[in-house]
Design a binder for this molecule. Structure first.
Ligand code: GDP
Length: 461
């Protein structure tokens, strides 16, 4: 770990009332001091704020406020200074250039957080949680990220890991006394602990489906024959959304997806670009195209025009799209155009033909009838993913993989015990399990994993 003094813009790069530049490293104070004649920074206490001009040699660049955080009581645990300036991107650029002239260098992506991790202030899952907190776009993802930042996942796992570690020590002690055929580690107590670990791991692994829905949203495909009412429904669903989120500039989301928020959860409506402009497009949506859409979806909302009579094509289409893990919602559309007996008949036709479980909702997008029922049904999908004891939810693919590997390792240890395999092998499998559990908090890690995690952060974090 080098101790270069690093600097970066911590606020968004654009015009604002204020901007903040962060400086961290052993020499942070002296680097900033060269541009801040107003006070002797070395003499200031930690957690104090100082007013003055930020200078590039003789030229005043801006009037600023400096916040000083002395090691180890800072985010990175190093000496740090935050410079609040008038939020012009040009001024920010000039200040950074001057700091570099003074001896700092630009921080790499995630380098402040990497230092916080390496210096032991936070563990790896907490570092990842910081990225998630910043990226959170709704209540559900914010809550989960904050819980992880508070150490939720690590706490759960480190308790298990410590217990397991005790056993490893005992088993290794047995290896030292191999000649004497003694058993320090009580095998049945070990089995009991492994059962407990298995239950915990299982619940964490299961929570990933929910975590994924929270973090990445639930993918919904809206399918139906031309004129079934897809774009009208889409507009109706997104109406309030547009009013709230009128123009978020520069979102990096895939542009062909619209996002709908229901009760704090995000739903990604797959490939809706086509729907918006299809009025004149002869959109005989082939089975192949529909399959592509549904392949990535968690929920299929199939629209059937209640005012028509023959549903054989619809049934065929639905059957060709179904998968076991797909939630199916069939909507009879345009119910304002037909009498109730007709759409009840439509429901019966589908119930007879389709064996996969589905919800049936009768809607009129034009008259806004029962659209709320559809929204409720969508949101109940996410609610059902919550398992009973989901106070800790896994949202991170890396954690999910590590948990699955830990689970495999635990199974192997159990096998080793039941087949009374050699103590050496048992110790080996136990170490393996410990290692995978340790990957989550970063107790066990390697440079490649770290590089991968922190490169996804933005600069200044
Ligand atoms: P798409 O091809 O599936 O996207 O269908 P559209 O949404 O473009 O709708 C086709 C036609 O049906 C349009 O003229 C819509 O105004 C009409 N339509 C859609 N939904 C309803 C509805 O709920 N009630 C009535 N009466 N007409 C609807």
């Amino acid at each position: 770990m080098n101790n270069d003094t690093i600097c970066a813009l911590a606020t968004a790069n654009g015009i604002g009332a204020l901007g903040i530049i962060r400086v961290s490293g052993n020499e942070a104070l002296s680097v900033v001091q060269k541009s801040f004649p107003a006070k002797n920074l070395e003499k200031q206490k930690s957690h104090t704020i100082h007013y003055g001009y930020f200078m590039d040699e003789e030229e005043a660049i801006d009037e600023v406020m400096l916040s000083i955080f002395l090691a180890p009581k800072s985010f990175t645990t190093e000496n740090s200074v935050e410079i609040a300036f008038h939020g012009s991107p040009h001024i920010g650029k000039r200040i950074l250039e001057t700091l570099i002239k003074n001896g700092a260098r630009m921080a790499k992506a995630g380098e402040f957080t990497l230092r916080a991790f390496i210096n032991g202030r936070i563990d790896l899952s907490q570092a990842e949680a910081i990225a998630d907190v910043i990226a959170s776009e709704n209540e559900a993802s914010r809550k989960v990220a904050i819980n992880q930042l508070k150490g939720g996942i690590t706490n759960e796992i480190s308790v298990l890991r410590t217990d397991l570690l005790n056993f490893v020590s005992l088993i290794e002690l047995e290896l030292d006394f191999a000649e004497e055929d003694v058993e320090f580690a009580d095998r049945s107590a070990l089995s009991g602990l492994l059962d407990k670990i298995e239950v915990k791991l299982n619940s964490l692994i299961e929570s990933f489906q929910y975590g994924n829905a929270i973090k990445n949203g639930t993918a919904v495909a809206i399918i139906g024959k031309p004129n079934a009412g897809k774009s009208t429904l889409l507009n109706s669903l997104l109406k309030e959304e547009r009013a709230i989120v009128s123009n978020i500039a520069g979102t990096t989301r895939d542009t062909i997806e619209e996002v709908l928020h229901i009760k704090g959860n995000a739903f990604r409506l797959i490939d809706t670009a086509g729907l918006r402009e299809t009025m004149d497009e002869i959109e005989a949506i082939g089975v192949k195209k529909a399959k592509e859409k549904v392949e990535n979806a968690n929920i299929l909302v199939y629209l059937a025009d209640a005012a028509t009579e023959d549903f054989s094509e619809d049934i065929e289409m639905i059957q060709s799209l179904l998968r076991e893990d797909l939630k199916l919602i069939i909507c009879a559309t345009k119910i304002d155009e037909v009498i109730p007996t007709q759409y009840e008949m439509v429901e019966n036709i589908f119930r007879e033909a389709i064996s996969h479980e589905f919800d049936f909702i009768k809607i009129s997008a034009v008259e806004n009838q029962n659209i709320q029922d559809l929204k409720n049904e969508l949101s109940s999908y996410v609610e059902h993913l919550k398992t009973e004891e989901n106070n800790v939810v896994i949202t991170n693919q890396r954690h999910f993989e590590a948990l699955k590997k830990s689970m495999d390792a635990v199974h192997k240890v159990k096998e080793a015990i039941s087949f009374q395999i050699s103590t050496e092998l048992l110790a080996y499998e136990l170490r393996n399990a410990l290692e995978h559990l340790g990957e989550i908090s970063g107790e066990v890690t390697n440079d490649e994993v770290l590089g991968n995690i922190f490169s996804k952060f933005c600069i200044g974090k």
